[in-house]
Design a protein around this ligand. Structure first.
Ligand SMILES: NC(=O)c1ccc[n+]([C@@H]2O[C@H](COP(=O)([O-])OP(=O)(O)OC[C@H]3O[C@@H](n4cnc5c(N)ncnc54)[C@H](OP(=O)(O)O)[C@@H]3O)[C@@H](O)[C@H]2O)c1
Length: 309
């Protein structure tokens, strides 16, 4: 099976390529990043993908800057909605499956139990609206060959190329530099390691999952405050984590206060997803923030309790 990945240098895309090369040897991956293919240019999409042989196309490209999207709606809709429409149409013409990555931000946050694939979306910001339109247009073009994969609150070793890092790295940096972090405690979501998301996505493809929407997130949920506390504790840092209310942390874009995703539909096919705490431990070890043998004292962190000497 030939699998083309676009957005292959992004946080999720790079882990899809890496996990495939390690563990899905029956698949051949073609990794394409922006210099190979700019999805904002329809002629380029048509030319590059028509010339490329693949059975499955995974779209990890996205305009991911949630706050910037408020001011750059045209660009957000071009990349998050028009491009997926064209990609889906090209896949249909080639007889290929299309795997499109979407987001928990298609939901409005009015629930207090994890969102299922059948729940009605209601995005609160331009980014979420553009991603929802991308889902709809891709389904319109290629309903029989489309897997829409909603992921959430990603952390991966490459860091988000669009956002210039990820939440875990930001918390570790602030903890080291300032000795305290202030984090919203009234917003709940599904922290998700991109390595686990990548494996689940490749398994869905390998197992021939039926067309439709799948929520692919690590098991469990957390507020951003709880997530930050665990990041700092598991990295062995000494820093105060101070809960704040989201109304005291102004952002350009509104965000759902609750966007936890129910992953049971995907888990029934790929097996139970690891917990986000487990994913976080593996991430911290891989990034060298925490060794398998014990905790590493971070430079600049408070000395004392964590310091072996
Ligand atoms: N990060 C999160 O917390 C999160 C949460 C929910 C859903 N998601 C979804 O998960 C997916 C992957 O996110 P991520 O965290 O991996 O983001 P990322 O690291 O920013 O990756 C996005 C990729 O899109 C590429 N891209 C952007 N515009 C492009 C264009 N015009 N042509 C070609 N490539 C373009 C970027 O290339 P360059 O590096 O060249 O810019 C990058 O490789 C996205 O669909 C996102 O909406 C992410």
């Amino acid at each position: 099976m030939r699998v083309a990945v676009i957005g292959a240098n992004g946080q999720l895309g790079s882990d899809i390529v890496r996990v495939q090369r390690q563990d899905f040897r029956a698949m051949e991956v073609i990794a394409l990043s922006r210099p190979h293919l700019n999805v904002a240019i329809p002629e380029a999409v048509q030319a590059v993908l028509t010339a490329c042989a693949f059975d499955v196309l995974i779209n990890c490209t996205s305009f991911t800057k949630v706050d910037e999207a408020e001011e750059h709606a045209r660009e957000a809709f071009l990349i998050n909605a028009q491009a997926p429409r064209q990609l889906a149409a090209v896949c249909k013409a080639k007889g290929a499956r299309f795997v499109h990555i979407s987001t928990d931000y298609v939901f409005g946050g009015e629930r207090s139990r994890p969102y299922r694939e059948t729940d009605l979306p209601g995005p609160l910001n331009v980014y979420g609206a553009s991603k929802l339109m991308g889902e709809s247009l891709a389904r319109h073009e290629h309903p029989a060959g489309l897997l829409t994969i909603r992921v959430a609150s990603l952390f991966g070793v490459a860091g988000s190329s669009g956002k210039g890092g990820n939440f875990v790295e930001t918390m570790l940096r602030l903890a080291r530099e300032k000795g305290e972090v202030r984090v919203v405690s009234d917003v709940r979501m599904s922290p998700t390691g991109t390595a686990d998301a990548a494996r689940a996505i490749l398994l869905l493809i390998e197992k021939g999952a039926a067309p439709g929407v799948y929520h692919v997130v690590n098991s469990g949920d957390a507020s951003w405050y709880e997530f930050a506390r665990e990041i700092i504790r598991r990295a062995g840092l000494e820093a105060r984590v101070i809960p704040i209310a989201s109304r005291d942390y102004a952002t350009a874009a509104l965000r759902p206060v609750y966007s936890v995703l129910d992953n049971r539909k995907a888990s029934a096919i790929v097996g139970e997803m690891p917990s986000w705490q487990d994913a976080l431990d593996r991430y911290l070890a891989e990034k060298g923030h925490r060794s398998a043998a014990g905790l590493i004292q971070a430079p600049g962190a408070a000395r004392g309790k964590n310091c072996p000497a």
